[in-house]
Design a protein around this ligand. Structure first.
Ligand SMILES: Nc1ncnc2c1ncn2[C@@H]1O[C@H](COP(=O)(O)OP(=O)(O)OP(=O)(O)O)[C@@H](O)[C@H]1O
Length: 259
């Protein structure tokens, strides 16, 4: 694995009963890039992310993240590797009985139990601000936030341990176009400031064009192509052509030209 590769997946196989999701799937994610992951519904984008972060044990394959082999590690070893990344799950996955600040503090308390208030609150406040939330969001409960604010709260928690790598599962799903564009900008800004590598599952064509350095396409149980959108457009695959050159794909291009 080259030092520029932060995630390397080789020969991945995942199945649930008779249903094979991935077969012989390979993927590399390069340091410092935002890699978009696209594919039809049910092609296994989330299962791929869950395999990489160790929440899904594959039938076969090798997965290296940040130079560490992820398969067959003890719980203690896995925990040490896990602290080097942050994850924003599709629904935000916030604890509903905790405030935003308390949610952000959960991973900090887990890994650094000696950090006590007021330093703990100060760190949480800093992460909340970084995620573009107003300071008064800290004491609020998730149910008191808009969808966009909940995503930002989830992002603040994902950033809690100063990750090197960020996993985002459909972060702009359910946001209006202005909210989605603002979230995209936030991700790019954080990527530059924090020198992050980002693994981003999305259906959002605007997001793909606006912020992704490369895009990986999942189909037929594997990654069928990886490249810039321009590179993908030159491929003669029906799903890729329909996705990027269909009406929605063309609308995304047209709206970029208006900007
Ligand atoms: N824990 C599980 N048990 C059984 N089947 C599962 C499980 N998790 C996922 N699947 C199945 O695996 C397939 C891939 O699911 P996954 O959520 O990864 O798709 P996806 O590409 O992320 O889809 P979407 O774009 O709709 O979110 C689906 O058919 C799903 O039903």
């Amino acid at each position: 694995m080259s030092s520029d590769t932060v995630i390397s997946v080789r020969g991945l196989r995942n199945s649930f009963g008779d249903q094979v999701i991935h077969e012989n799937l390979d993927l590399d994610v390069r340091r410092g890039e935002i890699l978009g992951v696209v594919g039809g519904s049910g092609t296994g984008k989330s299962v791929l992310m869950r395999s990489i972060i160790g929440l899904q044990i594959p039938d076969e394959g090798e997965i290296d993240v940040l130079g560490e082999n992820m398969i067959g590690r003890s719980e203690d070893e896995a925990k040490n590797i896990r602290r080097r990344w942050g994850v924003l799950f599709q629904n935000g996955a916030l604890f509903s009985t905790l405030t935003v600040a308390e949610n952000v503090e959960v991973p900090i308390r887990e890994y650094f139990p000696f950090i006590k208030p007021p330093l703990l609150d100060e760190i949480a406040g800093y992460k909340i601000a970084m995620s573009g939330l107003p300071a008064n969001a800290g004491p609020k409960y998730p149910s008191e936030l808009s969808g966009g604010m909940r995503k930002r709260a989830g992002l603040a928690r994902a950033l809690a341990l100063d990750p090197e790598l960020l996993f985002l599962d459909e972060p702009t799903a359910g946001l209006d176009p202005i909210g989605a564009a603002a979230f995209d900008e936030l991700i790019v800004g954080l990527k530059h400031k924090l020198e992050l590598t980002v693994f981003l599952i999305t259906h959002d064509l605007d997001t793909l064009w606006a912020i992704c350095d490369r895009v990986a396409v999942l189909a037929d149980q594997k990654v069928i192509a990886v490249g810039t959108i321009e590179e993908l457009l030159s491929l003669d695959h029906p799903w890729i052509q329909e996705y990027f050159n269909g009406p929605r794909g063309r609308a995304a291009v047209a709206s970029r030209k208006e900007d």
